[in-house]
Design a protein around this ligand. Structure first.
Ligand code: C2E
Ligand code: MG
Ligand code: MG
Ligand code: MG
Length: 276
């Protein structure tokens, strides 16, 4: 009887797994079509200087508007695009689109000082990735020092091709940001060996920064590490004026979050001109 019950559970479990695999395969195929049909667009979120809130950079974030599903979140489709390999082509479209947008802002004299583009592990490890980045910068006329490439700790943890790519990007004059810092395969050793100049402190540590507790302690330690190493720390996910004030008190000078501006199609207000 027990064996039979287990067998039932086993079947249910594999049925769930099949459903998940089917759904993933469907999503993978739809992503391919979506790229061909132009269903992706980019939005830009301001990164500001504390305490006054001047915009010093923007981060580009990809959006997928599916005709039936509506918006699909990037944390849902980016991992699928990574597994199918489509991220290589999608990532190239994202980089070119962000560079074209920046070049347009620049021509109109309204460009923020810098712009960030997220790059996934698979892209970094792809042969020819750095050449592709250099070619897009040349083609769009964007100076490499304007571009920030955001990578996660996990993407560069294993070393190898991804780490080599990070060094080569930096060699071109591109700044490297470690994204979601503190949530991945965190190793302070990465900060010793990688040419990183920006630490993006994950929003999970920022959320409770106004309350005494573990997150506040970590947020406090990370700003000290960043300042001590001469890195710029960006507090992610700042949603309230209280958080912004506390972060400033702790020593944070850069922040990003709904309190300052949501990701949007238009250029955020209060952008410092590139002449500044
Ligand atoms: P991320 O790079 O850490 O981006 C920050 C995420 O936090 C964005 O979510 C942004 O909308 C969200 N966010 C910003 N301010 C706040 C806030 O105050 N509160 C809260 N709760 N959230 C805030 P989004 O756009 O959904 O992107 C999620 C993740 O998907 C990104 O995390 C990044 O890892 C990935 N992603 C997004 N766009 C791209 C892309 O173009 N290429 C790649 N490879 N990955 C991307
Ligand atoms: Mg990012
Ligand atoms: Mg982040
Ligand atoms: Mg994040």
């Amino acid at each position: 009887y027990a064996a039979k019950a287990d067998g039932g559970r086993q079947r249910r479990y594999s049925a769930d797994l099949d459903d998940r695999t089917d759904e993933e395969a469907r999503l993978g195929a739809e992503l391919r079509t979506a790229l061909d049909r132009g269903e992706f667009h980019l939005v830009y979120q301001p990164i500001v200087e504390l305490p006054h809130g001047n915009v010093v950079a923007v981060e580009s974030l990809v959006r997928w508007w599916h005709p039936e599903r509506g918006y699909v979140r990037p944390d849902v489709f980016i991992p699928v695009a990574e597994r199918t390999g489509l991220i290589v082509e999608l990532g190239e479209w994202i980089l070119r689109t962000a560079c074209l947008q920046f070049a347009d802002w620049w021509r109109r004299g309204v460009a923020p000082y810098r712009f960030g583009v997220n790059v996934s592990a698979r892209q970094l490890a792809e042969p020819g990735f750095v050449d592709m980045v250099a070619a897009i910068l040349a083609e769009t006329g964007v100076h490499p020092a304007r571009l920030i490439v955001e990578v996660t700790e996990t993407a560069v943890f294993g070393g190898g091709a991804a780490v080599r790519a990070v060094h080569e990007l930096n060699g071109l004059g591109i700044e490297i940001a470690l994204d979601d810092f503190g949530t991945g395969h965190s190793s302070l050793g990465l900060l010793q060996t990688l040419p990183v100049s920006i630490l993006k402190v994950d929003k999970s540590f920022i959320e409770n920064v106004t309350m005494a507790g573990r997150h506040a302690v970590i947020a406090t330690s990370l700003i000290q590490v960043a300042n001590g190493l001469g890195l710029v720390a960006v507090a992610e996910g700042v949603e309230t004026p209280e958080q912004a004030a506390e972060l400033y008190r702790l020593g944070y000078r850069r922040a990003q979050g709904y309190h300052f501006g949501r990701p949007a199609m238009a250029l955020p207000a209060r952008t410092e001109s590139h002449a500044a």
